[in-house]
Ligand binder design. Structure first.
Ligand code: NAD
Length: 420
């Protein structure tokens, strides 16, 4: 099953439980607009290479399309469509006035130097400019994109449209209109949800945690959990992982520092990498082994489709906490459910990022600057509220948390349906 079919399978299951109107289900089963771009780049060696760019504007019943830009070799239409669909569900759950969108370029950003990356990003922004805007479609960061990339997109858009509000994208640098707290928001939002969940489950700290992916999301949630009584016993990035078999828990600050010191990154990416730490460490593990560790909480925080029907039976964690988008396939979900493993779905667990993106957009639109305390306080409020609403549906309808989350989203979308 491809990932978009998987996304629709979950939509249909939730629709069935609440007897969703067929016209709503049909409307939500297809994106409203698909943009496919050809992006020629003259490389520094004089040769021209053509890259494929995408933006899918899935649905805007709740507000402007909103979702990240991903630069990765695996980016294709099926992936971007799925990610934009999940953004629609996530934004409805987070109760922010946005619809779903997502975009990206099929590219390994490490293959370009910074000047080439800037040229390509600006070309992408120019091509997208007629179809994005603060009240139309608001991109943000995702895998391999950061505040620098979003600053370039904002700058290019402002040059073309003369719009100086900065609200066309979120995840910008602070000096360019970004919000305090956006960088850590996805990890912090996840932490707020996890704290609520362990209270409900009556789990006592210290709890052991394994995290796959050590980028923005993985490294931030690792730092926050580490200073709040959790033991991070394994972390990994694309090149592999490290495992603390004595289960003392890593000092995440040291891991981060080592990553920074050893990191060798083309362009402005992935400053440092735990893979450089791994070869010197006894506890070197593969990404596959990390997923199968006997820990309390497993946090996939890299890419989609890592827990599949092939390895789901080997998962030993008590909670799978999805910080990545789409890490668990439909088939794997069924196996985990059968095994009694609690899966906290991506659309809830990682919605802190878009929540603070909304705060950033709001501050830009209203020319406000919020303190970090205000941002984090409001983030906590929203995350706890979303968790409580989903938990209530989970209990009342006796459905798993993913179905409960989809039901909440579908109820909100139905109220704002635009069907003529
Ligand atoms: P990032 O580029 O900062 O980091 C990605 C991490 O995953 C890196 O450590 C990379 O080495 C690792 N990785 C890549 N391929 C891998 C593989 N095959 N196996 C193991 N590790 C691999 O990206 P990010 O922003 O941290 O995003 C991670 C996930 O979280 C994605 O699914 C993204 O869609 C999701 N997400 C991100 C945000 C956000 O605010 N950045 C918000 C919501 C969801």
């Amino acid at each position: 099953m491809n990932i978009f079919d998987g996304a629709l399978t979950r939509l249909k299951s939730a629709a069935k439980i609440i007897n969703l109107d067929k016209s709503i289900l049909d409307s939500l089963s297809n994106p409203e607009r698909i943009i496919e771009l050809s992006l020629p780049l003259k490389r520094n060696n004089g040769k021209t290479e053509v890259f494929k760019g995408y933006r899918v504007q899935y649905n805007n019943w709740l507000g402007p399309y909103k979702g990240g830009l991903r630069f990765h070799p695996q980016v294709d239409m099926d992936e971007v469509k799925s990610l934009s669909f999940w953004m629609m569900i996530k934004n409805a759950i987070a109760d922010v006035p946005f619809g779903g969108g997502k975009g990206g370029i099929e590219l390994d950003p490490k293959s370009l130097d910074v000047s080439e990356l800037e040229k390509l990003t600006r070309q992408f922004a120019k091509s997208l400019a007629p179809n994005i805007g603060p009240l139309v479609d608001v991109p943000a960061p995702d895998v391999n994109t950061n505040s620098q990339i979003l600053d370039w997109v904002e700058d290019e858009y402002a040059k073309i449209t003369k719009d100086k509000s900065k609200a066309v994208v979120t995840g910008k640098s602070i000096k360019n209109g970004g919000s305090l707290g956006r960088e850590e928001a996805t990890g912090l939002g996840g932490f707020f949800v996890l704290e609520e969940l362990i209270k409900k489950l009556n789990f006592k700290k210290p709890l052991t945690v394994a995290i796959q992916g050590f980028g923005n999301v993985g490294s931030n949630i690792a730092t926050i959990l580490c200073s709040n009584g959790y033991k991070i016993v394994a972390v990994s990035d694309i090149k592999g992982g490290i495992y603390d078999s004595k289960e003392m828990g890593f000092n995440i600050e040291l891991v981060r520092a080592c990553r920074l010191e050893k990191g060798k990154l083309a362009g402005c990416y992935c400053i440092g990498s735990v893979c450089d730490l791994a070869p010197k460490n006894d506890g070197v593990i593969t990404n596959e082994q990390l997923l199968e560790l006997d820990v309390d909480i497993l946090i996939p925080a890299a890419l989609e489709n890592v827990i599949t029907k092939e390895n789901a039976d080997k998962i030993r964690a008590k909670i799978v906490f999805e910080m990545a988008n789409g890490p668990t396939t439909v088939e794997a979900d069924e196996i985990l459910n059968r095994k009694g493993i609690m899966v906290v779905p991506d659309v809830l667990a990682n919605s802190g990022g878009v929540t603070v993106s909304y705060f950033e957009w709001y501050q830009n639109m209203h020319k406000e600057k919020w303190s970090l305390e205000k941002v984090n306080e409001k983030l906590k409020e929203k995350m706890v509220k979303a968790f409580d609403e989903i938990w209530k549906i989970h209990k009342e309808k006796k459905v798993n948390l993913r179905m409960a989350a989809y039901i909440l989203a579908l109820q909100r979308l139905t109220k704002k349906a635009k069907i003529s």
